[in-house]
Design a protein around this ligand. Structure first.
Ligand code: ADP
Length: 245
């Protein structure tokens, strides 16, 4: 089964396309790392994938529906890049934010023990149990990301889309974070993630897509490291270092 199908997609904010003729599928259960230089269209492509932008040309299909018309939002967990500023005024607690992930299961009626277990389990899973009664707006960026992920877990999301989730996070916390993502991916969650650190992403992702407006590479990480796609995408830029972890 395919989670996301991007078929010959072009998108422009103004005159010039920032994503051009990109074709790419994400299979269910895949862990796709999206890489490319700054301004290469990664965030835009991620938003196209989850229906936050509509292509000018081509189609994006999300779980067999046109992405822009996809209305089962709780199946998609999205952790935006600006999570540190997003909802900084959010007056709700961590537990309330995670509980929102259960709303689709409770159009009518009260939260039951199953919901409470899902909410508590999701908070424990990402290590925010001790923050349950804190206001989301008072948390650090990293903690807030975990709230978003816990909410996706509580809602039993099928796809998690993360935009540079480990920027500004120290190496140790980053490893813990990737361990969490691996665990979720092993349980069947499809993951697409933008990561600026090529060494980290080629270690962790099962597939790599390298973008610079157009798609320069899509395939497995080993092949990506062997090819020249990265240098091509960066216009032969120096200072791109592969390193193993
Ligand atoms: P990346 O995530 O690879 O850094 P983006 O998708 O954020 O790239 O941006 C691609 C290009 O589109 C950049 O030139 C950026 O300045 C431009 N861009 C991004 N968002 C907007 C927007 N809302 N309006 C106009 N231009 C935008």
């Amino acid at each position: 089964m395919t989670a996301v199908e991007v078929d010959d997609v072009t998108f422009a904010y103004g005159e010039q396309p920032v994503v051009e003729r990109v074709t790419l599928d994400i299979d269910e259960g895949e862990f796709l790392g999206l890489v490319g230089p700054n301004g290469s269209g990664k965030t835009t492509l991620l938003k196209l994938m989850i229906g936050l932008h509509r292509p000018d040309n081509g189609t994006v299909t999300l779980f067999d529906e046109p992405a822009h018309a996809f209305d089962d939002g709780e199946r998609i967990g999205y952790v935006p890049q600006d999570v540190t500023t997003a909802q900084s005024e959010m007056p709700i607690t961590v537990r309330e934010a995670v509980r929102m992930g259960r709303y689709p299961y409770r159009w009518v009626g009260r939260f039951d023990d199953g919901d409470r277990r899902a909410i508590d389990g999701a908070m424990e899973r990402v290590g925010i149990t001790d923050l349950a009664d804190r206001r989301v707006g008072r948390l650090s960026g990293g903690q807030r990301q975990r709230v978003f992920i816990a909410r996706a877990i509580a809602s039993e999301a099928d796809l998690l889309a993360l935009d540079e989730p480990t920027v500004g996070v120290d190496a140790e916390s980053r490893e813990t974070f990737y361990d969490l993502l691996h665990g979720l991916n092993d349980e069947g969650l499809t993951i697409v993630l933008i990561e600026h650190d090529i060494g980290v992403v080629t270690t962790h992702a099962s597939e790599i897509a390298c973008l610079n407006r157009e798609l320069f590479f899509h395939g497995d990480p080993e092949r990506f490291v062997e090819t020249n796609a990265l240098a091509d995408a960066y216009g032969g830029a120096q200072g791109v270092v592969h390193h193993d972890h």
